[in-house]
Design a protein around this ligand. Structure first.
Ligand code: FAD
Length: 531
C-alpha cells in the first residue's frame, strides 16, 4: 500500500490527534496540510478505499481515469491566488499542463464555437461572431472580473466572528449578493440581445450543474472567469492532488486512513469531542472538521434530537442537492496523437440555442435528446500519459441524469445490480458513444475498454447520497444561506468543503483557507499570499 495512507483496520494510534478531518477530498487534504504546517497533529478519515475524494483516480486493464477533475484554471502564474494556495499546501508543487489556446469547444448540432485563452482573445472571438454585441461583451467580461472583487467581501464574512457578522455582515455580502441572488439568465438577458450568444456564453453550464435559468450568476461568473486565462491539467493525472498534498500532512506527524467511515460526531455538553466509526470505536480530538457536505454532516452525523434543538430543518430550507450524472470511461489502444484527439473539452448540445428549454423537454420526456454531453480527453491533456501508459489513451464522457431512474437499484450491491440495470447502462453507453463518433468519427472501432458509472457509483464510492455532481445546488437560494460557513452551532465542530464556497477543485481548496482562517482567527489568505 502507498505509504502516504493506511487502512483504518490495521492502524493503531500511538498518540492523540489535535484535529480530526472527515473526508480526504481536496478540501480535507488542504485543510489538513495548512493545519499541519501550523503544528497540529491531523487525522484524515476517508470512507473509500482510495483517498482523494473526487480527485482520486481508478484503474482497469492498464488504463487510468480521473473521477472528478478534467481541468482547472488560474494556475498559469505564480502570483495567482489559487496557484499560491496549491503551492502552499503541496509538499512539492503540482506541475500544470496547458491545454492550449482553446480549452472548451461548444457544439450546437453542427455549429462549433471556441472558448479561447486570455481575456483579450475571449472578448475578440465573441465580438467577431457578434459585432453588434461588442459593447455588451466588454461589459460582461468586466462584470465577471468585478464579481471576483465583490466575492472577497462575501467570502470573508464567512470567517468573521458572529458579532462582527451581525454588525457588518450584510454590508460585506451586499455587492456580491446583488448578482448572486439573480439567475445567470436574468443577468445575461439584461446585457445581451442575441439569444444565440447567451446560449454560447453559458455552454460551460455543466461545470455548474444547472442551466442558466436556474443557476446563480455568481457561480456562472466564478467558473467562466476561472477558466478565462486557460484550462490546465495536472501532469500525471488528478491523483497528483493527493500525491503532492498528503506528504505535507504525513511529514508533520499526521495520518490519512482509508476504509474509515465516520458514522457519528460525538457531542458532550454541546461540544464536539470526537467521532464514532462504523465499527463502533471512537476517536477523540478537540477539533473536528467535516468536509463531506453540509447535508450529510448535519443530517447523518448528528443525533436527531440535536438536529431539532438546533432548528436545522428550518435553517437548511431552500438548499437542495445538485444534479446526478453518468460518466462513460473509455480506454483506447492508441495514442491521442495517433487518433488526432484534441486537448480541448467538448460541450455538445441540441441544435436549439436554449439550454433551459432543452433541459426541461428532456426532463419532462418531451424529447430523448440529451440536453448536454461533455467529453474530456485526459490522454491528450497529460504530457506524462505516454510515460505511464505507452501506446494508450483515455476519454471520459459525461451527461446529467435524474437520480430516480436509478433508484430501484439503490440498495443493491455494486456489481450485483442485475440484468435490467446492466441493460440501462448499456443503452446510456451506446447513446454517449454516438455523440463521440459524430464529432470524432475516426474513433469508431477503436474502443478497447468501456465502463459506465451511474449516480449509484458516486453514491457508493463518494458517499454522495444522490450521486450528485457537486454537493449542494448552485441556485440563488444557496448564496442566501448563512449556514454555508466553517462555524457550526456546535463548539469544536467546523465545516470545510465545496458546500461552504462553491464546487470545483478550487472551491474545495479555498474552503480550506476559509476554514483555517476562522478556526485560527487569522487571515490565512494573506499569510499564504505572502509566503
Ligand atoms: C464528474 C465530475 C467532474 C468534475 N470535474 C471538475 C473539473 O474538471 N474541474 C474542477 O475544478 N472540478 C470538477 N469537479 C468538481 C470537484 O471535483 C469537486 O467540487 C471537489 O473535488 C470537491 O471536493 P471536496 O473535498 O469538497 O469533496 P469530495 O472530493 O467529495 O471529498 C469528500 C470525501 O469525504 C468522504 N466521505 C463522505 N462521507 C464520509 C464519512 N462518513 N466518513 C469518512 N469519509 C467520508 C468521501 O468519500 C469523499 O472522499 C467535478 C466533479 C465531478 C463529480
Amino acid at each position: 500500500m502507498n505509504q502516504l495512507y493506511a487502512s483504518y483496520k490495521n492502524y493503531k494510534a500511538d498518540k492523540p490527534f489535535d484535529v480530526i478531518i472527515i473526508g480526504s477530498g481536496i478540501s480535507g487534504l488542504a485543510t489538513g496540510a495548512i493545519l499541519s504546517k501550523e503544528g497540529k497533529r491531523v487525522l484524515v478519515l476517508e470512507q473509500h478505499y482510495t483517498p482523494g475524494g473526487m480527485t482520486h483516480t481508478f484503474k482497469r486493464n492498464d488504463y487510468e481515469w480521473d473521477v472528478g477533475v478534467h481541468y482547472v484554471g488560474e494556475v498559469s502564474s505564480n502570483t495567482m491566488m489559487i496557484k499560491k494556495v496549491y503551492d502552499y499546501v503541496c509538499d512539492t508543487p503540482i506541475e500544470w499542463a496547458d491545454m492550449g489556446e482553446v480549452y472548451d469547444v461548444a457544439y450546437f448540432g453542427n455549429d462549433r464555437y471556441e472558448f479561447r485563452k486570455g481575456r483579450k482573445q475571449f472578448t475578440e472571438y465573441f465580438t467577431a461572431l457578434f459585432p453588434e454585441e461588442k459593447a455588451a461583451i466588454e461589459k460582461y467580461v468586466e462584470l465577471l472580473l468585478a464579481m471576483e472583487g465583490y466575492g472577497m467581501g462575501y467570502f470573508a464574512e464567512k470567517v468573521v466572528p458572529g458579532f462582527i457578522s451581525k454588525l457588518i455582515g450584510n454590508l460585506m455580502r451586499k455587492k456580491y449578493l446583488k448578482y448572486a441572488l439573480r439567475t445567470t439568465k436574468s443577468v445575461l438577458d439584461e446585457l445581451f440581445k442575441n439569444d444565440k450568444l447567451k446560449a454560447i456564453l453559458t455552454s460551460q453550464y455543466g461545470d455548474m450543474g444547472l442551466p442558466p435559468g436556474q443557476c446563480s450568476f455568481a457561480m456562472h461568473a466564478g467558473v467562466t472567469k476561472h477558466y478565462m486565462e486557460g484550462g490546465y491539467y495536472p501532469v500525471g493525472g488528478s491523483g497528483m492532488f493527493f500525491d503532492k498534498i498528503a506528504p505535507t500532512i504525513k511529514k508533520r506527524g499526521g495520518e490519512i486512513l482509508v476504509r474509515a467511515t465516520v458514522t457519528e460526531i460525538l457531542i458532550e455538553n454541546g461540544k464536539a469531542t470526537g467521532v464514532k466509526m462504523s465499527d463502533g470505536k471512537t476517536i477523540l480530538a478537540k477539533t473536528i472538521i467535516s468536509t463531506i457536505g453540509l447535508d450529510i454532516t448535519y443530517r447523518k452525523l448528528l443525533p436527531a434530537t440535536l438536529q431539532n434543538d438546533l432548528k436545522l430543518p428550518e435553517k437548511l430550507e431552500g438548499l437542495s442537492n445538485s444534479i446526478s450524472y453518468c460518466c462513460l470511461y473509455l480506454g483506447l489502444k492508441h495514442t491521442a496523437t495517433e487518433l488526432n484527439i484534441p486537448k480541448a473539452n467538448f460541450w455538445i448540445f441540441p441544435e436549439r440555442y436554449d439550454h433551459d428549454a432543452n433541459m426541461n423537454d428532456y426532463a419532462s420526456g418531451k424529447t430523448n435528446q440529451l440536453p448536454v454531453v461533455y467529453i474530456s480527453f485526459p490522454g491528450a491533456k497529460d504530457p506524462d500519459f505516454q510515460n505511464r501508459f505507452p501506446g494508450r489513451c483515455t476519454i471520459e464522457i459525461i451527461t446529467l441524469v435524474n437520480y430516480d431512474k436509478f433508484k430501484p437499484w439503490e440498495n443493491e450491491k455494486w456489481r450485483h445490480r442485475g440484468e435490467d440495470y446492466e441493460h440501462l447502462k448499456e443503452t446510456i453507453s451506446n447513446e454517449l458513444l454516438e455523440y463521440l463518433y459524430k464529432y470524432l468519427p475516426q474513433l469508431k472501432g477503436k474502443i478497447d475498454y468501456q465502463e459506465l458509472s451511474t449516480p449509484l457509483t458516486a453514491r457508493y464510492f463518494g458517499a454522495h447520497p444522490l450521486g450528485e455532481l457537486y454537493g449542494l445546488s448552485h441556485n440563488t437560494e444557496r448564496f442566501k444561506s448563512r449556514m454555508l460557513k466553517p462555524e457550526t452551532p456546535i463548539k469544536g465542530l467546523y465545516l470545510a468543503g465545496q458546500d461552504i464556497i462553491t464546487a470545483g477543485v478550487a472551491g474545495g481548496l479555498m474552503s480550506s483557507v476559509i476554514c483555517v482562517s476562522h478556526l485560527k482567527k487569522g487571515d490565512y489568505l494573506k499569510k499564504i499570499m505572502k509566503s
